[in-house]
Design a protein around this ligand. Sequence first.
Ligand code: ADP
Length: 248
Amino acid sequence: DVRHGPILYLEDVTVSFDGFKAINNLNLTIDDGELRCIIGPNGAGKTTMMDIITGKTRPTQGSVWFGSRHNLLNMNEPEIASLGIGRKFQKPTVFEALSIFENLELAMAADKRILPTLTARMSGEIQDRIEEVLATIGLTELRHRPAGILSHGQKQWLEIGMLLMQKPRLLLVDEPVAGMTEQEMERTAELLTSLAGKQSVVVVEHDMGFVRSIARTVTVLHQGSVLAEGSMDQVASDPKVVEVYLGA
Ligand code: ADP
């Protein structure tokens, strides 16, 4: 497991919604190239934590650093995205009528609303990047078919591919295997594992079997702070974690 020091650092972060602390003194460090899983019961603050990293939600207190230089609290959402932080939401949003290739082509434009004509004159470099991403997500053979024909799992991979077009440094992935078949889950584990190292990947996931299959380090959130952190076996045998999950 190769570690290169922190890429993301949340320090004493608190988020209050009308006095209720959805995030409460959260400290979290993600290393460069790491694949981290975040688990925790409903309401633990997982979504709010992702929203803080992308700039959608502002902390009431604390600081958030990306790389060694970037204080994310001084930046807006597009600025944070342009640093190379990509987020994949649970529901895939691909353009069904466009081909898989065209979806990746469009993803080169940071703003999905940009007109396709603007990206029509592609450089060879972009073509090469698309082929590389197609191979990574395993959709090379299908690249000229409309995205609408893809299975749910394949659409999720295409959307991850769309994020990869921007060469992100950190990928935030929200419940990637919800609704997937067993086989698709295995393929997704391979995909996310292969991405780590090239970029950091943070996965929020409920499926414990899946978490076990991919994670080196698991962070358990509870009531807005870190309850436990370590290997899946370490956190699963932690009495505090057992209590939270059995009590949920
Ligand atoms: P998770 O993703 O782990 O299920 P969330 O981050 O969605 O947890 O929510 C954490 C807590 O904060 C929950 O109790 C939720 O109801 C509350 N919460 C989230 N967003 C808001 C908001 N905009 N206003 C008020 N409460 C919120």
